[in-house]
Design a protein around this ligand. Structure first.
Ligand SMILES: *Cc1c(COP(=O)(O)O)cnc(C)c1O
Length: 404
């Protein structure tokens, strides 16, 4: 069975204390903590391997290039990508979406349509609004139901022959809803539209197989899956990436440059201009290697038990309102209590060692939908425990008493 205590020992920060209070880290939706395996790998890189990649004849450069490219292979295998060069290193989810918006967006023309949803993170809304504005495209969205699920009632008109791209989140960061992306991908393909999946909240909770899903693009951030900040991945199907123009120009993405004309490098380098975050990319590879050694089915079962427990315990609190009550959810709960301001609750929880997020979670349209300014969000990872949930509930009851 899944042994949470041995997992916790791999994360040095989890034994941190604030005075008498142990850290209870329930802000995994914002970023994850890092295991020693990843921290040590980055440490080793700087102590023993540091050199620029794809450039040098010298040994260190060869070693760092090989390790960086091995990380790419590890990630390709984890996602079950057909080809290693379908994996593009980015700075994160936001960077990956902007890359697709610029580059795939360059292939779109006046009147073409893009379909998103009402529950997207701002980074899967704003780049499409900017693109639509610049190129005269039509941006539509799938509305939400009160349970925080996609309302697919009008999907046949929203997704039509003019739709060129559907960009949708796999799991909502504020509500925890797991969207039926396989069905949406199939439907989109039947109308010849391509699909981008925002996977920022998915790989740390559930298994993702890009070939089984048949998605055209998938983006995610390293820092949410136990890897360093400033790292991320864009997966794209080879034929699509080949058709797309480069996003940024510079070193490494070229084959030849004269003062008159440049020919571009092949995949994946065409989309990786300049010196990348080498230690970060290697750290991301290490995080995925670490994650692959765990039993992802056991993790899913364990996280589901955490979700059930925290939901049941929170339900006992008078005046609680949950936001996001979908059938299919990951281990994230968003809620308000009576008329208390989320920020006040968050502050009092923090004084008791508990880290949650309060506010709109970069999803203002969701808050507008519920007509609330924000929520308190507890987003749990598989290194969290039922004992921590007990501490959280105790602290929450104390906060309510202090504010009453
Ligand atoms: C965090 C998040 C993003 C943005 O990720 P960055 O790492 O800030 O680029 C986008 N979408 C979802 C669903 C997220 O949770």
């Amino acid at each position: 069975m899944f042994n949470v205590n041995s997992i916790r020992e791999e994360f040095p920060i989890l034994s941190k204390k604030f005075g008498k209070y142990p850290l209870v880290y329930f802000d995994n939706g914002a970023t994850s903590q890092k295991p020693n395996f990843v921290i040590d790998r980055i440490d080793q890189y700087y102590k023993e391997e540091n050199a620029n990649i794809h450039r040098g004849v010298h040994t260190l450069s060869q070693v760092s290039t090989e390790n960086y490219e091995n990380a790419r292979q590890t990630i390709a295998s984890f996602l079950n990508a057909k080809e290693k060069h379908e994996i593009i290193f980015t700075k994160g989810t936001t960077d990956g979406i902007n890359l697709v918006a610029h580059s795939f967006g360059a292939l779109m023309s006046l009147g073409d349509e893009i379909l998103i949803s009402e529950m997207e993170h701002h980074s899967n809304i704003v780049p499409w609004q900017m693109l639509a504005e610049a190129k005269g495209l039509v941006l539509r969205y799938i509305p939400m139901t009160t349970s925080g699920e996609l309302d697919l009632k009008n999907i046949d008109t929203l997704l039509n022959e003019k739709t060129k791209l559907v960009a949708i989140t796999h799991i909502s960061n504020s509500l925890g809803t797991i969207n039926p992306i396989a069905d949406l991908i199939e439907l989109a393909h039947s109308k010849n539209a391509k699909v981008l999946i925002d996977g920022a909240q998915s790989l740390q909770h559930i298994q993702v197989d890009v070939q089984a899903l048949d998605c055209d693009f998938l983006v995610f951030s390293g820092h949410k899956i136990f890897a360093p900040t400033g790292t991320g991945i864009l997966y794209g199907k080879e034929d699509l990436l080949n058709k797309m123009p480069p996003y940024q120009g510079g070193g490494d993405m070229i084959k030849t440059v004269t003062m008159e004309k440049t020919t571009f490098n092949s995949l994946p380098h065409k989309f990786e201009a300049g010196t990348p975050n080498i230690s970060g990319g290697i750290g991301l590879g290490a995080a995925i290697e670490w994650l692959s050694q765990l039993n992802l089915n056991e993790i899913e079962v364990y996280e589901r038990s955490l979700l059930q427990y925290i939901t049941a315990e929170l339900s006992k609190i008078e005046g609680i309102r949950f936001f996001g009550t979908a059938e299919e959810k990951c281990s994230t709960v968003s809620f308000l209590i009576g008329e208390f301001h989320p920020y006040d609750i968050g502050t009092l929880l923090n004084q008791q060692g508990i880290a949650v997020r309060t506010g709109h979670h970069c999803t203002q349209p969701i808050m507008d939908f519920y007509k609330i300014p924000g929520t308190i969000r507890a987003s749990l990872s598989f290194y969290n425990t039922k004992e921590e949930i007990d501490l959280f509930i105790q602290a929450l009851n104390k906060a309510i008493k202090m504010l009453s």
